[in-house]
Design a protein around this ligand. Sequence first.
Ligand SMILES: [Zn+2]
Length: 172
Amino acid sequence: MAKRPIIALPDPVLRKVSAPIERVDDDLRRLMDDMLETMYAAPGVGLAAIQVGIPRRVVVLDVAPEGEGPRPLCLVNPEIVALGSEMRLHEEGCLSIPEVLVEIERPATLTVRYLDRDGEPRELAAEGLLATVLQHEINHLDGKLIIDFLSSLKRDMVVRKFKKQARTTEAL
Ligand SMILES: [Zn+2]
């Protein structure tokens, strides 16, 4: 396993729509292992492949409470097949947008269909933090970020801040 660098705003790669995986093989399992290691080291509760520069529909996550983990979950080609009508509010962060928190209201329950690490089709009914994280990560696969839930004014402020930071880093 190897930790991979996490891509951050304003890198345009984060806006790419990820392509479906055709075959679950050892190369893909290696990528998922790397993604888990990267996520745990960050630390974070979820990571999409696009965040390490790979535009493929793969996400890893672990929402086990501290002291109860790890409970890693790998989802290939995840697809939301049902959303509940009740909503849940959560202050979300993103490993690609450090130090920014956005309060987002999303459906509190959902059902997701995906392929597991062995390529077996599975269905998962989720609620609470897991439902939130799943929606956040699946958004990444479609190039959607938490800042898209902000007003355009606030979004521009965040993007400007990250562009400025990127310029400063390059200058060093
Ligand atoms: Zn994120």
